[in-house]
Design a protein around this ligand. Structure first.
Ligand SMILES: [Ca+2]
Length: 410
């Protein structure tokens, strides 16, 4: 049905599918999400793991301090083309994905292209996306990659896919597929691929898929898009995933109602799973991701349609989690890490939030699952796609056509 559908028809479908679905079985909203309880707190707080905050309107992030004068910025690698993900394998050695599909290792000051990388569909917002190492690196030298996988070679339908492989003699070797959507769930639209990968202390792999431009799918657990997923490192499904007992659901789904999470990180101090998610026009979200929870898209949002029309009149509904904080107007959140290191000692444990449209890195201080405050540490250096902390404690940012290195200003 979606094979030759026009963008306009999809847009209409997206806004009406919740009330007018031609196949009732095709759309399933889970009934097993945790019951909503309203904590009587005055701020953006989630108190206990079984409780979701669904009743408090979250005010947009207000005045943010500019501390860019505390940071010195240098170009670490240039001559790239839309680097999307960066991760370090050792001091001064990094792996870098590029949206167009190239995968590089930067070692001893030299950038070398890695071969045997799967074909990606780099149309629209797709491409070769995130890269992460095995939690037991280097003893277990698996490299994890996400990308927009073409259903057939060329620029047709695509969906976010996750693989792992080892680097041998400059090539990916022993590639294993960890997550691949059902063929019928591939989508021709060219945006909202999500893509970020992170691991918890127990070794579970979490990754995000955006709604792929079909908003209603985010509420449908028979669809992989609009979700945060959780799998084991070999691609198997953890027995305690929230929807494993539902034969119609993707068993890898961990949370749903997520629009386009392009920041996803386990906080190493707390094991809390943080996510930054693009809103539409306004309503970018910082979320704590919990199993089985509905994050509300597109039924609730602090944003509006890009053309200015109302998307939903609701910012909250029972049973749908509120964000921890929200950015209106949108800064276009992309890339997320937790600062750990000696160079910026005062920033230990703070979130580093990249932003495409605002061309910024924000330092967001959190306490457990609470939002405390935020500062701008980099501005107007280009659209930020990824932020990662290096082994040397410097902050590295994938920006436009280069990797920047941030250190404390003298
Ligand atoms: Ca939400």
């Amino acid at each position: 049905m979606t094979k030759f559908i026009t963008p306009l028809a999809i847009a209409l479908l997206s806004t009406t599918a919740l009330v007018a679905c031609s196949n009732a079985d095709a759309q399933k909203t889970p009934s097993t999400a945790p019951a909503a309880t309203a904590p009587a707190a005055s701020g953006p707080v989630i108190a206990a793991s079984a409780v979701i905050n669904d009743s408090i309107d979250i005010a947009p992030v207000g005045d943010v301090t500019d501390v860019t004068d505390q940071v010195s910025i240098e170009t670490w690698i240039d001559d790239l083309d839309a680097p999307w993900g960066i991760t370090f394998t050792a001091a001064d050695t990094a792996l870098i994905t590029q949206k167009s599909g190239e995968f590089f290792i930067y070692e001893n000051g030299t950038l070398s292209q890695i071969s045997n990388v799967p074909e990606v569909n780099d149309g629209g917002q797709g491409g070769l996306m995130d890269v992460t190492l095995d939690p037991n690196w280097p003893e277990e030298d698996w490299i994890y990659l996400s990308f927009s996988h073409p259903k057939t070679p060329g620029a047709g339908e695509a969906m976010t896919k996750v693989i792992r492989a080892k680097l041998r003699d400059g090539a990916l070797s022993g590639i294993e597929t960890l997550f691949e959507a059902k063929p019928e769930d591939y989508v021709k639209r060219r945006h909202h691929f999500g893509s970020r990968i992170t691991f918890d202390a127990a070794g579970h792999l979490y990754f995000s898929i955006g709604d792929r431009g079909i908003m209603a799918d985010a509420q449908d657990i028979t669809k992989p898009n609009g979700k945060v997923h959780r799998i084991n490192r070999d691609g198997s499904i953890p027995a305690d995933n929230p929807f494993v007992d539902d034969a119609t659901a993707y068993a890898s789904i961990y949370s749903f109602g997520n629009r386009n999470p392009q920041g996803l990180i386990i906080h190493p101090d707390t094991d809390v799973l943080w996510s930054t998610e693009h809103g539409p026009k306004g309503g970018d979200e910082l979320n704590v991701i919990r199993p089985g929870v509905n994050y509300g898209w597109p039924e609730i949002s602090y944003g509006i349609n890009y053309n200015g029309t109302v998307l939903t009149e609701f910012t909250k509904k029972p049973g749908m989690a509120q964000p921890i904080s929200q950015w209106t107007p949108s800064i276009a959140v992309c890339g997320l890490d937790v600062y750990k290191g000696d160079l910026f000692g005062d920033w230990d444990g703070a979130l580093l939030v990249g932003a495409l449209a605002y061309e910024e890195i924000r330092l967001v201080r959190v306490d457990g699952e609470r939002y405390k405050d935020e500062q701008i540490i980099m501005q107007q250096e280009g659209r930020v796609r990824d932020v990662t902390v290096g082994p040397d404690g410097a902050i590295y940012a994938a920006v436009e056509d280069k990797i920047l290195r941030l250190t404390p200003a003298k």
